[in-house]
Design a protein around this ligand. Structure first.
Ligand code: FE2
Ligand code: FE2
Length: 216
């Protein structure tokens, strides 16, 4: 399965927060990277209503869109969500299974021990592949990899839990506004943030979705 992924699109950055009602009109065709599934790991917009607009519209160009909430996504929505859009924070047990691949995740704030325990308990060895998703990185060891003091902005799920059965093969996260693709605790952990106005924290520019292959 090929997965396009991104985070921290911050499509309405510099605005004071929605709902604005126009994020569904954003043209993503130039961002696509060849995956049939799109993963969006949080901070898409300032309001969940705008996030849902964007995910619903983007899902017309993918088999499925799987997302988690970021710390910026505030408010609530009564909008209907397309059947091929899966916001894991709102899914039973924080899980959705798609074509033999199990996606597990949520925002995973560093101080949310309950959510960390729920994610850890959702891992299964029955799927072809298990993909973890979170807005906050799932390990504090990312700080050493990046050479930056970011551990306070990271959760410690992969540090705290011995996930031997159904170990995630891949983890996609966001929040730091830094791009990386590394292996920690035997798990490939990747982040492809757009950042505020398409600029990351290290000054690099965002060029679109990245693609990763999991499972068969
Ligand atoms: Fe962000
Ligand atoms: Fe964030």
């Amino acid at each position: 399965m090929k997965i396009d992924y991104c985070s921290d699109l911050h499509l309405d950055n510099a605005l004071s927060g929605g709902p604005h009602g126009w994020l569904g009109g954003i043209d993503i065709s130039g961002w696509k990277a060849g995956g049939e599934i799109l993963v969006v790991t949080g901070d898409t917009a300032e309001h969940v209503e705008d996030m849902v607009d964007f995910l619903n519209e983007t899902a017309k160009q993918y088999h499925h869109v799987v997302a988690v909430l970021g710390n910026h996504e505030n408010g609530s929505t009564k909008k209907s969500i397309r059947e091929n859009v899966h916001v894991l924070d709102w899914c039973p047990n924080l899980v959705t299974d798609i074509e033999g691949v199990r996606f597990i995740g949520a925002c995973l704030s560093p101080d949310d021990a309950v959510q960390a325990a729920a994610i850890a308990s959702a891992f299964s060895d029955e799927a072809d592949a298990v993909v973890g998703l979170s807005h906050y990185p799932p390990t504090r060891q990312i700080a050493a990899v990046l050479g930056r003091d970011v551990s306070g902005a990271c959760a410690s799920l992969l540090d705290d839990y011995e996930i031997r059965i159904g170990k995630p093969t891949t983890w996609i996260c966001g929040h730091l506004h830094l791009e990386f693709d590394t292996v920690i605790h035997g798990v490939r952990i990747a982040s492809n943030p757009r950042g505020y106005r398409a600029r990351r924290r290290d000054g690099s520019s965002w060029s679109g979705f990245r693609c990763i292959e999991v499972g068969r």
